[in-house]
Design a binder for this molecule. Structure first.
Ligand code: EZ4
Ligand code: CO
Length: 402
């Protein structure tokens, strides 16, 4: 069998997605998500200009060799654009292998390690009362885990807080929107949110929070400490993680579990965090960390150090990524949690898929391969619209992040 064609499909059914579709001479096709929020066309160009020409004529069964060829062969290793492009190829090749084998991909990864994939939903609102009402809805829908984000008194447009109708969408304008950030106001407010929700919903609901890289290590340590009475499942992205040793300082001060890694693109980005046991959950995902093959390596390393998976799963990761993530999640021994945000109806129509949500769990498709596809005709009806993630400035105008 040979790869005869590979198409890069850019579509915007509510938000932008880039998808790679690999076609073989025997008519079997595979799909991979190649979406990098706010930088979509860079990955599309990387694939079109530099990767697709190298794929034609290759044996699609040689997943590992093709991965190594694209990674080592580029000379310029790592980086989100490169690794997202490689991820798309890897994911599409696993899809093809599953279809040829007549098995869902999780069977090729060793089979089931659990009955369902526990997901967390997103309760967010401007006010604490609003968040409480949101949590109640998730609990009624069967969710076992909920992330809490609330507006901060005195700040408007806080990143990660979804208000109003429609699905959560942080990328808005072509030129990033700007908001004002105050760490003092934030650190003062967050514990009161968790106190209310813990009081009302009891000790077993898993509660999470995302700090979106906005703190320094000592500020994060203080936040972790102040949240200890409310027994979080994780505090996510407390600080930007380029300086992995920075987590030592947080760890020294708090027992609040830490999660990090949605922006990582290789095992090297989390090696120290994992091997020094500086985090509890590693949030790398299929699309941004080099595909199913590379993600499994990260999770295998993590398993040696008591670190569990907690893959990113926001709406800017397409249903193709979610389908692939679920095959990994259901098969690995050290699964922790999977983030889940429903896509728009339009997105679900463009990407017909067989995974399903039931009572707090997602279940991968039982169809051969990943169990997801792209309707190219429908995709063509939604042209690309530039949209970027916002930035924050401190009250004096200094550029912060998110
Ligand atoms: O900011 O997906 O945990 N989830 C998140 C997301 C990310 C976006 C970035 O593209 O932090 O909302
Ligand atoms: Co996050």
């Amino acid at each position: 069998m040979k790869i005869s064609d590979a198409r890069v499909i850019v579509t915007s059914p509510g938000r932008n997605f880039v998808t790679l579709k690999i076609v073989t001479d025997e008519g079997v096709t595979g799909v991979g998500d190649a979406t990098l929020n706010g930088r979509e066309l860079a990955v599309a160009a990387y694939l079109n200009e530099h990767v697709v020409p190298l794929l034609i004529g290759r044996d699609p069964h040689r997943i590992e060799d093709i991965w190594q060829y694209l990674y080592k062969g580029a000379y310029w290793r790592r980086g989100p654009v490169t690794m997202t492009a490689i991820a798309a190829v890897d994911t599409a090749l696993w899809d093809i292998k599953g279809k040829v084998a007549g098995l869902p991909v999780y069977q090729l990864l060793g089979g089931r390690s659990r009955e369902g994939v526990t997901v967390y939903g997103h309760a967010s609102a401007d006010t604490v009362d609003g968040v409480l009402a949101e949590v109640a809805k998730y609990v009624a829908d069967g969710y076992k885990a909920v992330r809490l984000q609330a507006g901060i008194p005195g700040l408007s447009g806080v990143y990660g807080v979804h208000t109003g109708p429609g699905v959560y969408e942080p990328a808005s304008a072509a030129v990033p929107a700007e908001a004002v950030w105050s760490t003092e106001r934030y650190l003062h407010h967050v514990p009161s949110l968790f106190e209310r929700v813990r009081d009302e919903f009891g000790p077993t609901l898993k509660l999470l929070h995302d700090a979106h890289h906005r703190l320094t290590p000592i500020e994060a340590a203080r936040l972790g400490k102040s949240l200890e009475p409310y027994a979080l499942t994780w505090l996510e992205d407390p600080v930007p993680a380029e300086l992995q040793e920075g987590f030592r300082l947080i760890r020294r001060h708090t027992t609040t579990p830490l999660a990090v890694g949605e922006v990582f693109n290789s095992v090297w980005d989390c090696q120290q965090l994992i091997t020094e046991q500086l985090v509890d959950y590693i949030r790398t995902t299929v699309v941004h960390a080099g595909g199913i093959s590379a993600l499994r390596r990260i999770f295998d390393l993590a398993a040696l150090y008591h670190v569990r998976s907690g893959s990113h799963g926001a709406t800017d990761l397409s249903p193709v990524c979610m389908a692939a993530a679920l095959h990994v999640d259901v098969s690995i021994p050290n699964f922790g949690l999977q983030e889940y945000m429903p896509h728009t109806e339009e997105t679900d129509e463009v990407f017909p898929h067989g995974y399903r949500f039931e009572n707090g769990y997602l279940h991968p498709s039982e169809a051969p391969g990943l169990g997801v596809d792209i309707d190219e005709e429908l995709a063509a009806k939604y042209p690309y619209r530039p949209a970027a993630l916002p930035v924050n400035r401190l009250e004096d105008g200094t550029l912060h992040s998110w």
